[in-house]
Design a protein around this ligand. Structure first.
Ligand code: HEC
Length: 123
């Protein structure tokens, strides 16, 4: 990743002890998504700043379906082509890299764990 793409990301110093959600997934959401989907802005009526709200979603039902990236609104939208109206991030915003997309999909497909450490995962 280029320095610009890494902007805002927490540095992981000890990979064995790093937490999948708090150290990796949350960093992506906080640097790329919660600027629009927060308590006061709620774009698309969606707030994503707590775990419960991510699982709940708003208009279209849950945005994360644990274990099924292809059915999760979150991972569906980040995979749409950029010109599609529903593509996330909206045009003109710093977009996700393919590594970010793969990490989010991998997390959802692995049952979207909140508590696991990298060291405890069987990859
Ligand atoms: C620049 C503001 C902005 C950013 C940043 C942004 N979104 Fe959105 N998002 C919107 C708007 C506006 C809508 C409502 C319009 C629509 O449905 O496309 C929306 C709608 C959504 C919805 C549908 C909500 C529902 O209840 O069905 C999902 C899911 C979503 N965004 C996910 C994301 C994800 C994941 C990210 C980060 C990778 C992100 N968004 C970043 C503006 C943003």
């Amino acid at each position: 990743m280029s320095p610009k793409e890494e902007e805002g990301f927490k540095k992981i110093t000890n990979l064995e002890k790093a937490a999948v959600y708090n150290d990796i997934i949350l960093s992506i959401l906080e640097t790329r998504c919660t600027s629009c989907h927060n308590q006061s802005k709620k774009k698309g009526e969606l707030q994503m700043y707590t775990r419960q709200l991510q699982m709940k979603g708003e208009q279209g039902g849950p945005i994360v379906v644990a274990g099924e990236a292809s059915k999760s609104e979150m991972t569906k939208r980040i995979n749409l082509r950029e010109s599609h109206d529903d593509h996330m991030l909206p045009a003109g915003k710093c977009s996700l890299t393919s590594e970010h997309i793969k990490l989010l999909e991998w997390w959802v497909n692995n049952a979207a764990p909140f508590e696991k450490k990298i060291a405890g995962l069987v990859i």
